[in-house]
Design a protein around this ligand. Structure first.
Ligand code: ZN
Ligand code: ZN
Length: 333
């Protein structure tokens, strides 16, 4: 089978390796669609925090696939089923896992980072990582479960109020997903604040009432930062109502500082939440929402590339102009 491989020196190759064989408790899947994102670029160019990656690495943490073989102890009727899979592999034994905080498991291990990802014709993983995808769910929606679970986890932490005025900062995939997902809480207003006016139509499709390129003077109940833009994060503190919440899910970059007016945070009785990745609970909730038919994310796929054209997919990630949603590679069927 063919697999992508990078050493983190801005290189990416498609190489031939032996087919995978599942051991006890494991399955092998063939990825159908594999999304690429900014984190993959950081893995390729070696700019990622080195604690979170093992080289040589196979990228691919956003994917939907089909089970092609199962371990000798597993139910063979699983073969052929469409799945998505949590990337973070929780030990389920440490105090964090026992508390449901699988994103904070004390032994970090993640598919597509420290373990081979889905940028390959086959992927091996423990059965405990998978979630079955309903027949009605499109591959285009299912491939977005991973980034959507990141947003779901953030909202589980914040517990958004009904009728809230909400600002989403950013205009990339996570921001667009956040604009769509917050609709589940019946907000009274959703603004998106981005850089590229060409993202307006995508933002509106996602559920934003308005797409801004300059801050408004609205006081928001909830601001979600999915941009990692330090000046926007600093400004956000003064754009919240008293008792309002700021949810940080974007990265500013490794060791880049941000200033904040602490007095505004104290006087405003504000809540500031950081949310790292996703929990198993967030995955369950996201997959249930998709399988129930109440969430469709397929509008977000704007660029598709055949697997052998992976270099074009990565180049699009670097340079494709807006409008741009999710870029995917078509790996299998
Ligand atoms: Zn990603
Ligand atoms: Zn654990």
């Amino acid at each position: 089978m063919k697999t992508l491989i990078t050493s983190g020196n801005d290189d990416l190759h498609l190489i031939e390796v032996a087919d995978l064989v599942p051991g006890p408790g494991q399955i092998v899947a063939s990825p159908i669609l594999v999304g690429v994102c900014g984190t993959d670029l950081e893995i390729i160019n070696g700019k990622i925090n080195p604690d979170y990656v093992a080289y040589p690495a196979t990228i691919g943490h956003e994917w939907v696939g089909r089970i092609i073989s199962v371990g000798p102890d597993l139910d063979a009727s699983l073969v052929g089923k469409r799945i998505v899979a949590e990337g973070i592999i929780p030990c389920l034994k440490c105090f964090e896992c026992q508390d449901g905080n699988t994103n904070r498991c004390t032994t970090y291990s993640e598919i597509g980072f420290t373990l081979p990802g889905a940028g390959a014709e086959q992927i091996l993983l423990p059965i405990s990582q998978i979630h079955l995808v309903g027949n009605e769910v499109s591959n285009e929606s299912a491939v977005l479960v991973e980034p959507t679970s990141v947003v779901t986890r953030g909202f589980l932490k914040v517990n958004p109020k009904q009728n809230a005025k909400v600002l989403i900062i950013g205009d990339g995939t996570i921001a667009l997903i956040a604009a769509r997902l917050i609709r589940t809480w019946n907000p009274s207003l959703v603004h998106m604040l981005g850089l590229k006016r060409e993202q307006t139509e995508l933002a509106k499709s996602a559920g934003a009432d308005e797409f801004l390129t300059e801050p408004s003077d609205v006081a928001y109940d909830l601001i979600v930062d999915a941009s990692g833009a330090t000046s926007r994060i600093s400004d956000a503190v003064s754009q919240l109502v008293r008792g309002g919440s700021l949810l940080l899910i974007g990265f500013t970059g490794f060791k880049i500082p941000t200033t904040m007016y602490v007095d505004d945070i104290v006087n405003g009785d504000l809540n500031i939440f950081g949310s790292f990745s996703y929990t198993r609970k967030a995955w369950k909730q996201t997959v249930e929402l998709l399988n129930s038919g109440n969430l469709d994310l397929s509008f977000l796929i704007t660029h598709r590339f055949a697997f052998e054209n992976f270099e074009e997919a990565v180049e699009a990630l670097r340079t494709a102009p807006a409008p741009r949603g999710k870029i995917v590679m078509e790996v299998g069927s």
